[in-house]
Design a binder for this molecule. Structure first.
Ligand code: SAM
Length: 270
């Protein structure tokens, strides 16, 4: 049985405004430009509580139906409860599909006008990325994959320990979770290669998070998670880690810390 990695709805809510700011509107517009006139069907893979739907639906024409895929049915329920509106302000229809993306096939995306995902690729395995890209190629519609972590983090002010923590965090992203080996920061290159091998076109956009004292709770929560993951991977960093954490949290309290966390958005189409 697959070990499901739980994502908290509180974390998804905390990051939603910065996700919305960071995602590429140019690529969303380019995806919208490829849609045929008439009703559209969008599949959102790893939808969580529906942040991508709430961001993208108002940028697309209606009427829209969204199919939300996630292995955590309780997150999809929240998305269905919250709803979303299309570009004309009409409510979109929403359907739920719970299941593991490792088993995704073209038939699961039947009738899709657009397939999308956000903050998903880097938490998958290479088999799952292969299933996802294979199913998309099979169905033959545009694919918008937002906010994949690419591993680079720049903290301001700089500290000599930043690079070591970044390397440990990135190793943790590629960890074994039960029987699964996650792809972490190599996800974008892997997905891009799969689409190019299928003869598809791919456009990429840099979509970093810019964290600072304008949203201190997100900065603090992100930094705590980044540090925890690095320390899980490299327990030998622990002694130095306590001093590093104390310094960063005092800088954050004074509004003297900011961070840029690199992500990439990909648009792929046949
Ligand atoms: C970081 S969250 C992003 C959620 C949402 N897309 C957003 O932008 O807020 C990743 C989501 O993918 C789901 N997920 C991760 N791996 C999965 C898999 N192998 N099969 C199905 N769902 C998966 C998680 O349950 C979670 O809801």
């Amino acid at each position: 049985m697959t070990e499901v990695i739980e994502v908290s709805s509180d974390w998804l809510a905390l990051r939603e405004p910065e996700d919305a700011r960071a995602r590429s509107r140019h690529l969303a517009l380019a995806a919208a430009g490829q849609l045929a006139p008439g009703p559209i069907l969008i599949h959102d893979l790893g939808s969580g509580t529906g942040s991508m739907m709430r961001w993208l639906a108002p940028q697309l024409p209606g009427p829209q139906t969204w199919v939300l895929h996630d292995w955590n049915a309780s997150l999809i329920e929240r998305a269905m409860h919250a709803g979303a509106n299309d570009r004309e302000g009409r409510s979109v229809s929403i359907r739920a599909r719970s299941g593991e993306l490792a088993h995704l096939e073209s038939d699961d995306l039947d009738g899709a006008s657009l397939v999308t995902a956000s903050a998903l690729l880097d938490v998958l395995t290479s088999t799952e990325v292969g299933a996802l890209t294979g199913a998309c190629v099979g169905v033959g519609c545009p694919v918008l994959l937002s906010l994949s972590v690419t591993g680079r983090v720049s903290l301001d002010p700089w500290d000599p320990r930043d690079d070591e923590f970044e390397a440990a965090f990135n190793a943790h992203q590629r960890r074994r979770a039960g029987a699964r080996r996650l792809v972490g920061p190599t996800a974008v290159a892997l997905a891009r290669r799969r689409f190019l091998e299928a003869g598809w076109n791919v456009r990429a956009a840099a979509t970093p998070w810019r964290l600072g004292d304008h949203d201190q709770p997100l900065l603090d929560e992100w930094f705590a998670g980044w540090c925890d993951a690095a320390l899980q991977e490299r327990a030998d960093l622990r002694v130095d880690g306590a001093a590093y954490r104390a310094l960063r949290s005092s800088q954050s309290r004074r509004g003297a810390l900011s961070a840029e966390v690199a992500h990439t958005d990909l648009l792929a189409w046949p």
